[in-house]
Design a protein around this ligand. Structure first.
Ligand code: SAH
Length: 314
């Protein structure tokens, strides 16, 4: 699909055609199937100061926690009993030997517990090639690292100076070369973002070296610097744009694993289900122990479960 066609769809010029086509491609690739990955939010301790993120280091109002090995073991064992064969381990990011070992121990424990049956995705931020290799050798299968925005100028506006666009991109390539199935993605509706930058995001994400994509609406968090800046899009528009982004990507990459994100469900629970119908094939229900969920507070109104009750049966 060329950039003009993508732009037309993003502007809503032909939603009916877009969603009909994307649903058809989805169904050819995955039938009616939805892949479940249990999301464990391991820790909200973070050394980074991303301008949009509620668990940024400088948010002193965030109550910090780190799950211990036994807690995660119990959590994953229960998920395994429920039928889960895939988990995502996500956390704030630290760069230390202790942190590397912490994740390594988690990966080994889960592989052992499930006799290698559980597929593990890590979402633990930017690390050195050596650290990524250590986790890969420990048994981690996949890695999610969003580019957040593929526009270097916008990327610089939403990150502190020490987080570098080119380094982020190179890390994605490193992850793929280490044999991880690699996923990336963006936030939709960031201040300064336009449909043109979103079209370029889709072109970046559809690169065949990425096997997975997670993208969702940007949602303000009061205790972050980005809160003061206005988005070009209302929250309703962000929901609609997210659905269009997912649909376009599905047509561009019929076989890619595309998630219907928690952020989308947080803005509009029913949209998380719509996304699955028009293109997404992955959902990541939160399996973090309930008492910690409220502290993994990335943005306002983040939901902590599937909330199917709000969606209705159909
Ligand atoms: N530290 C890891 C995991 C971060 S949380 C990492 O950086 O990769 C996972 C995702 O949550 C981020 O990649 C970001 O896209 C999303 N996120 C953070 N703050 C958000 C906000 N205010 N609105 C919407 N999504 C947000």
């Amino acid at each position: 699909m060329n950039r003009d066609k993508i732009l037309g769809y993003l502007r809503g010029e032909n939603d009916e055609e877009l969603f009909a086509r994307s649903a058809e491609v989805r169904s050819e690739s995955f039938g009616e199937e939805v892949y479940f990955r249990g999301l464990v939010e391991l820790s909200n301790v973070c050394a980074c100061n991303c301008l949009y993120c509620g668990i940024r280091k400088s948010n002193h109002l965030a109550e910090r926690y780190t799950l211990d090995l036994q807690t995660v073991k119990n959590t994953v064992a229960a998920a395994y009993e429920d039928g889960y064969r895939a988990v995502v381990l996500q956390c704030g990011e630290l760069r230390s030997d202790r942190f590397t070992q912490y994740i390594t121990d988690m990966v080994r424990m889960i592989k052992e517990l499930s006799r290698d049956e559980i597929v593990i995705t890590l979402s633990c931020g930017e690390q050195s090639e050596e650290v990524y290799r250590t986790w890969r050798e420990a048994g981690a299968d996949k890695y999610l690292l969003r580019i957040e925005s593929s526009d270097p100028v916008l990327f610089a506006k939403i990150h502190p100076a020490e987080i570098d666009y080119t380094e982020r991109k190179n890390r994605l390539y490193t992850l793929s070369s280490l044999g991880f199935m690699t996923g990336t993605g963006v936030m939709i509706g960031l201040p300064h973002q336009t449909v043109e930058t979103l079209a370029d995001d889709l072109i970046f994400i559809s690169d065949s070296r990425f096997g997975m994509c997670g993208m969702g609406p940007y949602i303000e968090h009061k205790e972050t610097p980005l809160f003061a800046q206005k988005s070009n899009f209302s929250t309703d528009e962000r929901v609609t744009l997210t659905l269009r982004m997912i649909a376009i990507l599905r047509i561009m990459r019929p076989d890619m694993n595309i998630a219907s994100s928690t952020a989308l469900g947080s803005l509009r629970p029913a949209a998380r289900i719509s996304a699955l119908k028009i293109g997404a094939n992955v959902i990541m229900p939160n399996i973090t122990p309930t008492e910690c969920r409220k502290n993994y507070d990335l943005y306002e109104g983040k939901i902590s479960d599937l909330d199917l009750s709000k969606v209705g049966k159909k």
